[in-house]
Design a protein around this ligand. Structure first.
Ligand code: GAR
Length: 210
């Protein structure tokens, strides 16, 4: 099985969805490590309760991004990780670190990229007046939220939505989309070739695009 580390900063509900999917013996990936930059991240206790190994590397203990990233890198290599999965990991990663995991690191972002990069994506979507919003799984490249897209799911924006109600609709799709996308990548049916994502056979059930 492909050895996966999930990097989190907070609640970790995407991480839980991935760990639950990985319980299926037929799932091509196993979560060997959940790593948080915040020792208080709620997701650490949730991973621990599921029997998944956890580690916290507090970014505040490092003088700069490069030394923090080097510590993350060392932890990933020590755990013999094949694939890095960012799931609500709210630290910007240095280009050197990202390049070291090129084609082997994915992220989920709570918008239909390339719209609404960065933070407060639900507020950005409401301010823009879009009628569809959603989430995107993409390979990570040095430029923030700009990597080649693996999978997307859309949700409607309702009259009267606020950022919280919209986020609640999007996260349901995130928890469905991310395990499906990871399964394809870990199973070798989707990969990064240059700056394009190649998918051998797109599942017909809308698991990756809907
Ligand atoms: C998710 O909505 C994820 O897409 C977002 O943080 C949330 C984490 O929730 N990630 C980003 O904004 C990355 N820039 P979770 O901790 O419950 O998975």
């Amino acid at each position: 099985k492909v050895r996966v580390a999930v990097l989190i900063s907070g609640r970790g509900s995407n991480m839980v969805a991935l760990a639950e999917a990985a319980r299926d013996p037929a799932y091509p990936a196993e979560i060997v490590l959940v790593l948080a930059n915040d020792p208080q991240a709620e997701g650490l206790a949730r991973a621990d309760a599921m029997g998944v190994a956890t580690r916290a590397i507090d970014h505040r203990a490092f003088p700069d991004r490069a030394t923090f990233d080097a510590a993350i890198d060392a932890a990933l290599r020590e755990a013999q990780v094949d694939l890095v999965v960012l799931a609500g990991f709210m630290r910007i990663l240095t280009p050197g670190f990202v390049e070291g995991w090129a084609g082997r690191m994915i992220n989920i972002h709570p918008s239909l990229l390339p719209l609404f990069k960065g933070t407060h994506t639900h507020a950005q979507a409401l301010a823009a007046g879009v009628r569809l919003h959603g989430c995107t799984v993409h390979f990570v490249v040095p430029e923030l939220d700009a990597g080649p897209i693996v999978a997307q799911a859309a949700v409607p924006v309702h009259e009267g939505d606020d950022p919280d109600s919209l986020a609640a609709r999007v996260i349901v799709q995130e928890r469905r989309l991310y395990p499906a996308a990871l399964a394809l990548i870990a199973g070798g049916q989707a990969r990064l070739e240059g700056d394009r994502v190649v998918i051998d056979r797109v599942p017909a059930d809308g698991a990756l695009f809907s």
